[in-house]
Design a protein around this ligand. Structure first.
Ligand code: ADP
Ligand code: MG
Length: 386
């Protein structure tokens, strides 16, 4: 039990009003960049999160200038910590971009997106990074990500999978991983290998007790760590299981990861499709090509008689993909075997490679590979955003 007036870490809560984002930004006006510009005017700040006296934001600078900025980061953190109503402040310095690139911050709502282009540095040794995303949770995004990764591996590609779903890291469960990654030389992490996949999960870095509100901002530095401080080795494809939704955390991630493309998972219901549409719009907004849409739980296959029923009016995602001018990658049925195998850490593509479900995922994987080979998105995608 946390006594009243104390936070879960046992610290006494600050009295009076909690600090606001505006107060933090006003305070940061007094902190100057190495060039002498007030910090909020430098275009390096992420969104500032100020919740219950906890403040978090990140400063994104060119890799070449990190040393000079570390002192700025420290001064900013100290200044914010000294504000009345602040219990804790965490300022992360991220060095993501090449010199001269534009700042990697989410564009404010309604603003024209900053072209992402080559501004985000790739991960050495990793040929292509693709996101598996969904407009909302529970649509089978992680199950699809795992089986897609295994499908790509079955095509002879070297594949890694990164679980970046801050709201529900699920790779430890879906791949039955109980061990923790070891550190190499004290700083770099050695990923786990399972079913031939190189695996890393944000679940290894953020414990389940961390409150939701705190996880969103944390993801920026955790994600950088998982991309840059893990020995991924040589990979043809890295599949990233993204957090569901299209909010700030997702948008920031879409910008921070050097994505070759995104795969959107949706169920066929109208409501899920509205969310999927938002997901497609989000990736287009940050200039990440949408490799295609997968309809999951597309139709129900009775495990007893094999009869097929379209319980969610199947085909909605295919129709939606056509309407939005993005490829349709395939339909995965709602099937007990997929659920049971998935939740037991025995993904169907690895454990029932000759079964009908594995074939469906392999076909989808082949389409994704072809999209990547064909340089999806090099031609300007048809943009239909509502
Ligand atoms: N095609 C499918 N058929 C049956 N169950 C599925 C299918 N896809 C996912 N599931 C089940 O649905 C639940 C949610 O899937 P999950 O992959 O964790 O979704 P998300 O990552 O979108 O939250 C899990 O219990 C999973 O086993
Ligand atoms: Mg998941």
């Amino acid at each position: 039990m946390v006594p009243p007036g104390y936070d879960p870490t046992g610290r006494q809560k600050a009295c009076g009003m909690a600090v606001t984002k505006e107060q933090v930004l006003a305070c940061l006006q007094g902190i100057k960049s190495p060039e002498g510009i007030p910090l909020p005017d430098t275009g390096t700040l992420s969104d500032v999160v100020a919740t219950d006296g906890k403040v978090f934001f990140s400063i994104s600078v060119d890799a070449a200038h990190v040393k000079a900025w570390e002192a700025v980061r420290q001064r900013a953190e100290e200044a914010v910590r000294a504000l009345p109503g602040v219990q804790s402040a965490l300022v992360a310095l991220t060095a993501e971009r090449k010199a001269g690139a534009s700042p990697a911050r989410p564009p404010p709502a309604g603003a024209r997106p900053a072209p992402r282009g080559d501004s985000v540095q790739g991960v050495p040794g990793v040929e292509a990074i693709i996101a598996v995303a969904s407009g909302k949770g529970g649509v089978g995004k992680s199950t699809t990500a795992v089986n897609l990764a295994l499908g790509l591996a079955s095509l002879g590609l070297r594949v890694g999978i990164l679980d970046a779903d801050i709201y529900g890291p699920s790779l430890p469960k879906l791949l039955a991983i109980k061990e923790r990654p070891q550190t190499l030389g004290g700083t770099r992490l050695k990923p786990i290998t399972r079913y031939g996949l190189t695996v890393m999960s944000i679940g290894f870095l953020i414990d389940e007790e961390t409150p939701m509100i705190w996880r969103g901002p944390m993801v920026i530095s955790a994600l950088t760590q998982m991309l840059r401080e893990v020995e991924w080795g040589a990979l043809d494809v890295m599949v990233v299981d993204m957090p569901p939704g299209t909010g700030d955390a997702q948008l920031t991630m879409a910008q921070q990861v050097p994505l070759k493309g995104a795969v959107i998972v949706s169920t066929p219901q109208d409501l899920a499709l509205i969310d999927a549409r938002r997901g497609i719009a989000m990736f287009k907004r940050v200039n990440v090509p949408v490799l295609g849409v997968i309809e999951n739980m597309s139709y129900f296959l009775c495990p007893h008689c094999g009869t097929r029923s379209d319980i969610f009016s199947h085909g909605g995602a295919r129709h939606e993909a056509e309407r939005l001018g993005v490829p349709f990658l395939g339909e995965v049925p709602l099937h007990m075997t997929i659920r049971e195998k998935s939740d037991a850490g025995l993904p169907v593509v690895a454990t029932e490679p000759d079964g009908p479900h594995a074939k469906i995922y392999r076909d989808i994987a082949a389409r994704v590979r072809d999209q990547l080979k064909g340089g999806a998105g090099r031609a300007a995608p048809k943009i239909v955003i509502e």
